[in-house]
Design a protein around this ligand. Sequence first.
Ligand SMILES: [Zn+2]
Length: 344
Amino acid sequence: MTNHAVRPGPRAAIGEPPARRLLLVHAHPDDESISTGATMAHYAAAGAHVTLVTCTLGEEGEIHVPALAGLAAAEADQLGGYRVAELAAACAALGVTDHRFLGGAGRYRDSGMLGLPTNDHPRAFWRADLDTAAGQLVEIMREVRPQVLITYDPNGFYGHPDHIQAHRVAMRAAELAAAEGIGPDKIYWTALPKSVLAAGLEAFGTSSDNPFAGVERAEDLPFGSPESEIAARIDATDSGAAKEAAMRAHATQIPANSWLHSIARNFGAESLGVEFYTLAAGGKGPGTGRYGWEDDLFAGLTTPLSPTATGPTATDDVPGSAGGAAGSGAAPTGDSASAGAGVR
Ligand SMILES: [Zn+2]
């Protein structure tokens, strides 16, 4: 259903590649959907070329489908292959047709959580030679020529070794590509404002599926950024349903009773559709609100960009559309336009 291995290049509908090209580098299948799924679906639907690079097959993941428990790394060790199919289904739900595995499927193995013996597997991504892995990503950059790159912050958002390594590889690749004159114009890192986390804590409260049970204050969570450090708030509420469908495609990893799904059940799928980023490189474009947040990852780029009209390659296979519900309710969009200067 998706072209995994061989692609002729950026999607060329009538000769011309889409003007807006977005590259995402993620560690495992499911990360793309959970942290950036709405952004991916939003830009794909608007005719941008969205390229997803996944660095491992996620072989070490927990399995939440009892009938598939035998696929586990310690059993048949078939989870990675199974997750290739889950990822393909997720990409279809997101309307993303350009997906690759870094170095080809199976080149790098899920390293497992930090400190486990799986970190030392010969193919563990954590042990990957940085320049080799970055070189594989540069090859993709030469072909796709993305203006915007999305990956994680130096802590991999939450500290998983493969996420940290994905950050390192993506940043090194951007550096190498820049030396060739083809580096991305902007680099974003996934982020969550502390205020959104605080609102989530409050919203879930004492419910049984509160993912933060026992946590009283957003400040106590190991992730989350001050509002002033956020550069972009992407309102992709129109793609919240696509994100929810993509997460459902990762059934071995995200059980049906997961709090990720209960967000959609309790607050509407569109509430999944607001995603945040910090800007790691490139100039911040014009923004709005108290913190001057950009509402478009391509904001301020001087590269000629296409109109955002739904072009001939716009997806029509994104299941459902949440419609234009206003905002997530969780994100503070201040209305006094103060300078967002210096936000990185
Ligand atoms: Zn992951």
